[in-house]
Every structure is written in C-alpha cells, then in structure tokens.
Design a protein around this ligand. Structure first.
Ligand SMILES: Nc1ncnc2c1ncn2[C@@H]1O[C@H](COP(=O)(O)OP(=O)(O)OP(=O)(O)O)[C@@H](O)[C@H]1O
Ligand SMILES: [Mg+2]
Length: 318
C-alpha cells in the first residue's frame, strides 16, 4: 500500500448529463485529517459515496486503504467508519444498545464490544446517559453517538459528512476536539466534509476544494490561505486625514482602507510588506501607536477561490 489512505485518478461520476464528480484526482495521506470543502452541490457527498463503493464510477479509478472501490467495496466498508448526512441510529434503542447492535454487526466479541463502547462513551461525555433512548437526545448528542458508532470497530479510516451540521458552536467545538483527539490517539485517517471553514482551518492537515465536480486545489489550509487569502492590517494612531486616506487608497498594494475611530483597517494585496506602509504613513504625518498584522482567513481564501473560478459570492454562501 502507498502512503495514501485514499487515492483517486480521474474519478468521474455522472447523473444523466451532469458530471457530479469530474476527473477528480485526490491523495489523502495515511493518518491525516483531510477536509473536503465546496459549495452546495459541488460533489462532496457523491465523492464520499463513490469512495465507499455505494455508487459506481463512470470513469477513472480509486483505491481506499489499498482496496479498489469498484471490486473490493465490502473490504472498504469493513475497514472504514462512516457518518453520513442521516445519523442512521435506531431511535427506539438506547445509546448503549445502538452501539451494542453495531458492535455485533462489526463482529466484535462481547468483551471487546463492552470495553470499546465504555471507552468511547466516557470519552464523549455520554457514559452517564447510556441508557437514554436516542429519540430523547439533542441533535449534538445524537451526532456524538453517530461518531462513536463510526469509530466503534477502530477503523483505520473514517468518513464524516458534515459532522458538525446543526450543532451549536460550543457542541461543534467539543465534537471537533473529540474527533481530533481520537484521530491522533488512534492514528485514524479522517476524511470529512464541512461548510465550516473555521473548523476546517483548525482541524485539517490538508484540504481539497471542489466546485461543480472539479477539484480546484488540494493543499494545506495555511498554503491555501497564503495563495488566495488577503492579508490585513490594523493600525492604531492619530492624525489620519481625508487626504492621507485617499492617497493611501490610491496605493496599488492597498485594496481597501477604512478608518474606525483611531483605527485604520487595511486589506492588502498578496505579499504586501507592512514596514514600508508604516514608513509611508509616518511621512504623511500620522502618529502610529500600534500595528497589528492579520492574515486572511481560510473563509476569505475560499471565497476568493470561488470568485476566481467565476462563481457568484451569493452562491458560495447559499
Ligand atoms: N442520486 C442522484 N441523482 C441525480 N443527481 C444527483 C444524485 N446525487 C447527487 N446528485 C447531483 O450531483 C451534484 C452533487 O451533489 P452532492 O450531493 O455530491 O453535493 P455536495 O457537495 O455534497 O453538496 P452539499 O454541500 O449541499 O451537501 C448535485 O448537483 C446533485 O443534485
Ligand atoms: Mg453533501
């Protein structure tokens, strides 16, 4: 097996005339947390279903844990865990009995099952609630149980389709930390899709961006930010005048300059150095007290990438 848990070459899937996944070549390193990003309808869930062997490829090839998706789907499903858009839990069973049921499906022996269920529920803070019916749980708790189910048989690769969808920010952070800790502790490769770019930035070693079925880029979040994200700066000082602001805005490297009280907020072109700008402001007679250099967020980089590729901002955020 290569150093990749997932490797696809020109993987393609059409629905009628629509190329939902269009010649996608991906490499997900073993042991990494990979974030698959893209607007609604980009092809993320379809990719995931292709990788699980739940849909047939129309072109190209893909291996998951060294198994071919077209001919060895059963082995893939045996060695992977999955959280799809629906949690797939049995509403009438308790948390514990749900996991017990899935443990049997995975052929875990009784002692392994019991120990693993206890370990996961304690880790996820659900051990005390283990006898509660799944119907009585909040959305966040159900997501946690679904994550526990995905990890139950210690798969070496876990697919999570929007694990934090519908969770409040506190629950989303807690779940993110749980996923991250479990992945690091057990060396699991995680392939997740998310619309939460701040989350992707914090958790992922590598991200792929897909749009209209095509993979636009595959890189680290930091690299994606520096490729397309705008740099920003916040400068605190006195003596800003309308004319100095107008002159500042006319500089080629300054994309926008907004004054709020004594704070100047700048958006700068890629690679802009801050010290020459500070020197320029001092020459304009501005007394500078503080300079804070910001970096573009992954969200800004994502929006810029979509705009570069001809997509309306509105569509990205829908
Ligand atoms: N079974 C299907 N039959 C026909 N078209 C489909 C089918 N499944 C997906 N599609 C289409 O394929 C495209 C990609 O859908 P997919 O669900 O992969 O998007 P996604 O990136 O997961 O979007 P979202 O962020 O909204 O979950 C969409 O245009 C969708 O309508
Ligand atoms: Mg989807």
């Amino acid at each position: 097996m290569t150093g990749y848990a997932i490797e696809t070459k020109e993987m393609t899937r059409c629905f009628g005339a629509l190329r939902a996944v269009d010649r996608v070549s991906l490499q997900v390193p073993t042991g990494s947390i990979f974030g698959f990003l893209g607007p609604n309808g980009a092809g993320k869930t379809t990719t995931l279903r292709l990788l699980l062997g739940l849909l047939e490829l129309n072109g190209g090839s893909a291996t998951v844990l060294g198994y071919d998706v077209s001919t060895q789907a059963a082995s893939i499903r045996e060695h992977t865990g999955v959280l799809l858009e629906h949690d797939g839990l049995y509403a009438r069973l308790s948390i514990y009995d749900n996991l017990e049921f899935f443990g049997r499906v995975y052929h875990l022996d009784v002692r392994t099952r019991q120990a693993r269920i206890q370990e996961l529920l304690k880790h996820l803070g659900l051990w005390d609630r283990r006898d509660a019916d799944v119907t009585k749980l909040s959305k966040g708790m159900k997501q946690k149980v679904a994550v526990a189910r995905a990890l139950l048989h210690r798969p070496s690769l876990v697919f999570l389709d929007e694990p934090s969808a519908g969770l409040d920010p506190v629950a989303a952070v807690a779940l993110r930390e749980d996923i991250q800790n479990l992945a690091r502790k057990e060396g699991t490769t995680i392939f997740l899709t998310t619309h939460n770019l701040a989350e992707a930035e914090k958790i992922c070693d590598c991200v792929g961006v897909i749009r209209k079925g095509q993979l636009l880029t595959q890189t680290s979040p930091a690299e994606l930010r520096s490729q397309t994200g705008k740099a920003t700066a916040r400068i605190v000082g006195h003596g800003f005048s309308d004319s100095s602001l107008a002159a500042l805005r006319a500089l080629p490297q300054v994309e926008s300059a907004v004054l709020r009280d004594d704070e100047l907020h700048l958006e700068l072109g890629p690679g802009t150095e801050i010290p020459p700008l500070v020197t320029w402001l001092v020459r304009e007679g501005i007394q500078i007290e503080e300079v804070h250099k910001g970096r573009g967020s992954l969200e800004e980089a994502f929006v810029a990438l979509m705009q570069e590729n001809g997509q309306e901002h509105r569509e990205v955020l829908s």
